[in-house]
Design a binder for this molecule. Structure first.
Ligand SMILES: NC(=O)c1ccc[n+]([C@@H]2O[C@H](COP(=O)([O-])OP(=O)(O)OC[C@H]3O[C@@H](n4cnc5c(N)ncnc54)[C@H](O)[C@@H]3O)[C@@H](O)[C@H]2O)c1
Length: 392
């Protein structure tokens, strides 16, 4: 804030007998008082000051917890995280281009900026206008199959745009980042469960570009004083308990299984039934999206005391085959789910199961919602809401 502006503010305040209403950064009104008026009001028993600040801090008043920029906050995982952050007292700014994200997923308490990460001037403006304490970087292109067909899109969005974000953060002096990475960086592994030290050998462009983004972040932690937590999520699934968040990727297994159960699709196509697993279908580690979101809140509370660069798996340590998921859904919902075994799909790993020791030991986070029954029931609520909305 420059001195002329401050002097004008003080003169204006005094000319109004000590009180002036202002709006800052689209926030509700702020009252500015002269010291005399402030002291006078303090004597009155019916006047309560909710929050106070000195003039120097007036450019922006941020909650004690801090203000978090969530890129991709209108997406499936991002919008669950945004709700958790708001519940825990954080302020939230979302940057999302709505390429897959949904405006309806953005809660009223968050500030939303519709725009693209590739726009570095927009990033600069955001950091200038908001006192951001940490960034959660979720925005990305995330479809394995599409990445095989259009790798250049994945290099640009997942690597190039992450680099732009890092440049803008560095210029603005924002020093903390939590990055959404993926089990896809591990690719095919002999040893299960997969630890963070297992060799990264992605077998598709999606995983490869996420690994490159991790490395760019690591560079900034070494040479630019950044602190980072890289979360490698395994298979995110489930939904908030009220089922209000709209999923963004209809290609994921559990929503498809439930759509078959609902009669929206005639049957389930299983990609490959001849893998070397106990029932021939691929095995994955399904983790509830609420556990992912809550682990981020735990991470924000701990990051200051952690090493500069941390990689942490978010998974359950338990694998479920495709057939097991279908059987569990059939049992929980008491419905028959017809399936057909089809050809294998390009880029799929056979078994992916996380070792989650670091999640528990470093962040002290214990999973609360990641049993198959809760996952199926919460997804079912969401799909039932969608069907009722379509019928009404
Ligand atoms: N869903 C999973 O199972 C899973 C597993 C591992 C990792 N992840 C990672 O978690 C993150 C979130 O995934 P999701 O499942 O919520 O996907 P999503 O597609 O729902 O969310 C991504 C969001 O980013 C936005 N976005 C994409 N490119 C952008 C750009 N250039 N500028 C601004 N906004 C942009 C999209 O509109 C969307 O809202 C991704 O980084 C993904 O790689 C997801």
């Amino acid at each position: 804030m420059d001195n002329n502006y401050l002097n004008d503010l003080i003169n204006e305040t005094q000319s109004r007998g000590g009180g002036l209403l202002l709006n800052f950064n689209e926030k509700p009104a702020v009252v500015v008082l002269t010291v005399e008026k402030y002291n006078e009001l303090l004597q009155k028993p019916d006047v309560v000051f909710k929050q106070q600040m000195v003039l120097g801090d007036m450019a922006e008043q941020v909650s004690e917890k801090g203000k978090i920029l969530v890129t991709g906050g209108a997406g499936y995982i991002g919008s669950h995280l945004v709700r958790q952050l708001l519940e825990h007292g954080y302020e939230v700014v979302i940057l999302d281009n709505l390429s897959t994200g949904k405006k309806e997923n953005i809660p009223a308490g968050a500030s939303f900026i519709e725009g693209d990460l590739k726009d570095v001037n927009l990033l600069r403006d955001i950091f200038a206008a908001h006192r951001i304490s940490a960034v959660v970087h979720m925005a990305a292109s995330i479809e394995v199959e599409e990445s095989v067909r259009e790798p250049e899109k994945y290099f640009e969005n997942n690597v190039g745009n992450t680099e732009k974000l890092l440049v803008a953060m560095n210029e603005a002096g924002v020093k903390k980042i939590i990055f959404s990475s993926t089990a896809a960086v591990y690719g095919e592994q002999e040893k299960m469960p997969i630890t963070e030290n297992s060799p990264a050998r992605p077998n598709n462009p999606y995983g490869y570009t996420k690994l490159l983004a991790e490395k760019a972040i690591k560079y900034y932690t070494k040479y630019a004083g950044l602190k980072a937590i890289i979360f490698r999520y395994f298979n995110a699934c489930g939904c908030d308990f009220d089922g209000s968040i709209i999923p963004t990727h209809e290609s994921h297994l559990i929503p498809i299984v439930l759509e078959v159960a609902k009669g929206i699709r005639p049957h389930l196509q299983v990609y490959g039934g001849d893998y070397k697993t106990f029932d021939g279908t691929c095995i994955r580690d399904y983790v509830h999206v609420l556990d992912i979101a809550k682990a981020h809140v735990a991470a924000l509370e701990k990051i200051d005391g952690m090493d500069n660069f941390n990689i942490i798996n978010i998974g359950t340590g338990r694998g479920s085959s495709v057939k097991e998921v279908i059987n569990a859904a059939s049992e929980v919902l008491n419905k028959i789910i017809p399936m057909e075994i089809g050809a294998r799909r390009a880029g799929d790993s056979v078994i992916t199961v996380a070792d989650n020791t670091k999640l528990k030991q470093i962040l002290g986070y214990e999973l609360k919602h990641s049993d198959l029954e809760t996952i199926i029931k919460t997804s079912w609520n969401q799909i039932s809401n969608k069907v009722s909305a379509a019928l009404s």
